[in-house]
Design a protein around this ligand. Structure first.
Ligand code: CUA
Length: 345
C-alpha cells in the first residue's frame, strides 16, 4: 500500500470517527433535552414560582459553565506557559486571586441571587385566594376545595386551578412523608404527618400538567401521580359547581346494576359517592370519578377497561395498595361496575 493511499484512508477514518461521535452526541443530547419539555417539566414553566426556579437554574448553569471554562483555560495556560512565565508575583496573584477571591465573590453573588426569591415563594397567599387542602395517602391524593362560604368539595387525584390567580395549598399526610410536586407550576413541598405545610403558586398558562410524589413513601411511590388542569376562571367555576353536586342516578340498566354491585360488595365501606348511601372515607371519593383524567392516581387512563383492570387486579396494577382485588367477580359484574363508575361524571 502506497503512503498516499494510507494517508487518504487515515483521513477518511478520522472523518468517519468524527461523524460517528457527532451523531452519538446529537442522539444523547436529544434524549436529554426531550426530558426538558412536556407536562411535567421544571424547565418549561407554566407558573410564576416555576419560572423563578427555572431562572435560577439557568443562571446557575451559565455561572457554572463560565467558571468551568475559566478553570480549563487557566489549566491549559499553566501547562503550556514557559517556566520563566511563572514568576513568584504572578503565581501568588493566581493562587490568591483565582483560588480565594474570585470563588468567594462569585459564589456569594450566586448564593444571594439563589436565596433572594425565597421570601416571595413562601409568602402567604393574598386574602380571598382559593384554598385547597391536599392529603398524601398511600398512594393517592385526597383533595378538598375550601370555598370561602359553603361546604368543602371533596375529590381525589385531580386538581383544577383558575389561570392567573394565586392558590394556597395546605398539605398534610396521615402516616408517611410524601412530597407534593407540580414541576410545571412550582417547587416541591413535603407533606409531613402531624403538620400542615403550605405552598402558594400562581399558574400563568392554561393546560394539562402532571403532578407527582417526590419523596419515597413506600412500594408504589412511583404510581402516585395526579392531573393538574389550569383553566379560565368561568370554566373553573362551572367545573367546581359540577364537582359539588351529588352523583347523578345511573340512567342505563348496566350502570344501575353496577351501583347495586357497588353496594353489595361493600365498596361503600371505603368510598363515598355523594347522593347515595356510600359514605366511606378510607379511599378516594368517587362522586365524579368518571370525569377525571385518570384512574388509580395517574396510573391508568379513565375508561371502562381500566376500571375493570383496576378492580379485578389492584395489587398487580399498584403493588402494596390497601384496596383488595375483586378478582372473584365474574366479567359481567366487573363490566357493570365499570359502567357505573365511568358514568359518575
Ligand atoms: Cu407519596 Cu412518594
Amino acid at each position: 500500500m502506497t503512503e498516499r493511499r494510507k494517508s487518504i484512508q487515515n483521513w477518511f477514518g478520522s472523518i468517519l470517527e468524527r461523524r460517528i461521535s457527532a451523531a452519538l452526541l446529537f442522539c444523547a443530547s436529544s434524549i436529554l433535552l426531550a426530558g426538558c419539555t412536556g407536562v411535567q417539566s421544571s424547565l418549561e414553566p407554566a407558573g410564576r414560582e416555576a419560572k423563578r426556579i427555572a431562572d435560577i437554574f439557568w443562571l446557575m448553569t451559565a455561572g457554572a459553565f463560565i467558571i468551568w471554562l475559566a478553570v480549563i483555560i487557566l489549566a491549559l495556560w499553566a501547562v503550556r506557559a514557559p517556566p520563566e512565565g511563572h514568576t513568584l508575583r504572578r503565581t501568588r496573584l493566581i493562587i490568591v486571586g483565582g483560588g480565594a477571591v474570585v470563588p468567594t465573590v462569585v459564589l456569594t453573588a450566586l448564593l444571594i441571587y439563589g436565596l433572594a426569591p425565597i421570601p416571595a415563594l413562601v409568602a402567604p397567599a393574598p386574602a380571598g385566594s382559593l384554598k385547597i387542602e391536599v392529603s398524601g395517602e398511600q398512594w393517592w391524593w385526597r383533595v378538598r376545595y375550601l370555598p370561602s362560604s359553603g361546604q368543602a368539595v371533596v375529590l381525589a387525584n385531580e386538581i383544577r386551578l383558575p389561570v392567573g390567580e394565586p392558590v394556597e395549598f395546605r398539605l398534610e399526610s396521615p402516616d408517611v412523608i410524601h412530597s407534593f410536586w407540580i414541576p410545571s407550576l412550582a417547587g416541591k413541598v413535603d407533606m409531613i404527618p402531624g403538620r400542615v405545610t403550605r405552598l402558594v403558586l400562581k399558574p400563568t398558562k392554561t393546560g394539562v400538567f402532571r403532578g407527582a410524589c417526590a419523596e419515597y413513601c413506600g412500594t408504589s411511590h412511583a404510581l402516585m401521580a395526579f392531573s393538574v388542569v389550569v383553566m379560565n376562571r368561568d370554566e373553573f367555576d362551572r367545573w367546581l359547581v359540577d364537582q359539588a353536586r351529588p352523583a347523578s342516578t345511573p340512567a342505563e340498566s348496566l350502570a344501575a346494576r353496577g351501583q347495586e354491585l357497588f353496594l353489595a360488595n361493600g365498596c361503600n365501606a371505603c368510598h363515598s359517592v355523594r347522593g347515595t348511601s356510600a359514605a366511606g372515607v378510607i379511599g378516594p371519593d368517587l362522586t365524579h370519578v368518571g370525569s377525571r383524567l385518570s384512574v388509580a392516581a395517574g396510573t391508568l387512563p379513565n375508561e371502562p377497561a381500566a376500571f375493570r383492570q383496576w378492580i379485578g387486579h389492584t395489587a398487580a396494577v399498584k403493588p402494596g395498595v390497601l384496596m383488595p382485588s375483586f378478582h372473584m367477580l365474574p366479567p359481567d359484574e366487573l363490566e357493570a361496575l365499570a359502567a357505573y363508575l365511568k358514568g359518575l361524571q
